[in-house]
Design a protein around this ligand. Structure first.
Ligand code: PGA
Length: 253
């Protein structure tokens, strides 16, 4: 079901104490300031998820996500974390296919499709990330590239499963660079993704899909981005590490 979502991807930041401090600040500010229809999602490192989840459970619209999960169900995979383990902490979301995972850990479209399946099988909502590099944008093939990422990792899903996922469009050239996509660039890509989904499934499946924008989203540009017809919220990196900035973004609808 289409929702407004603001998700904070902490990446590899915050010790446990710092993460809990940030979580309680966010919970208090969300309670007082954010429309209860907006879902605020915190994605801490795996090791903090259980503790963050305990604090977040005080506020119904603050939910917890993992930043990744492994593409096998269980077994001898030292250092990895399964979708079932994430679910058992009370987390409800998992980010899948962030560009940093694709680039530094060589995650392929096929592996990501498996991760999406495992997340859904364990009743987690995948936040599936897609997005092009600067080189691809400059070559003019960015619409095709993103369409292909979505097709390769998501279009094996049944309509019922597809209805449960969230997509995040994150142009790589905008991540952590301070260079945000303009609202026109975000809107046209989000509309293209939605049209592609409508083509594969049905119009109402596309209409019910939440598509988040990510890449240097901050309080100053969030209102313009979130005002776009096909932008349903944001996946926030740097600005999610500060409670005031993050909550101001969540107030930007
Ligand atoms: P950023 O990161 O907001 O720091 O650009 C976004 C992301 O990687 O999800």
């Amino acid at each position: 079901m289409r929702k407004n979502i603001v998700a904070g991807n902490w990446k590899m930041n915050k010790t446990l104490d710092e993460g809990l401090q940030l979580t309680s600040e966010v919970v208090n500010m969300v309670r007082d300031e954010v429309n209860s229809e907006v879902q605020v999602v915190l994605a801490p490192p795996f090791i903090h998820i259980t503790s963050v989840q305990k604090l977040a459970s005080e506020q119904a619209n603050v939910l917890v996500s993992a930043q990744n999960c492994y593409h096998e169900e269980s077994g001898a995979y030292t250092g990895e974390v399964s979708a079932a383990m994430i679910k058992s902490t009370g987390a409800e979301y998992v980010i899948i296919g962030h560009s940093e995972r694709r680039e530094y850990f060589n995650e392929s479209d096929e592996q990501l499709a498996t991760k999406v399946d495992l997340a859904l099988a364990n009743d987690l909502i995948p936040i599936f990330c897609c997005g092009e590099s600067l080189e691809i944008r400059e070559s003019g093939s960015h619409f095709d590239f993103v369409t292909q990422q979505v097709t390769n990792s998501l279009f094996h899903l049944s309509e019922e499963s597809f209805n449960k996922i969230v997509i995040a469009y994150e142009p790589i050239w905008a991540i952590g660079t301070g260079k945000t996509a303009s609202s026109e660039q975000a809107q046209e890509m989000h509309a293209s993704i939605r049209a592609h989904v409508a083509n594969q499934y049905r119009n109402d499946v596309a209409a019910h899909l939440s598509i988040l924008y990510g890449g240097s989203c901050k309080p100053s540009n969030a209102p313009e981005l979130f005002a776009c017809a096909d932008v349903d919220g944001g996946l926030i990196g740097g600005a999610s590490l500060n409670a005031r900035d993050f909550v101001d973004i969540a107030k930007s609808f």
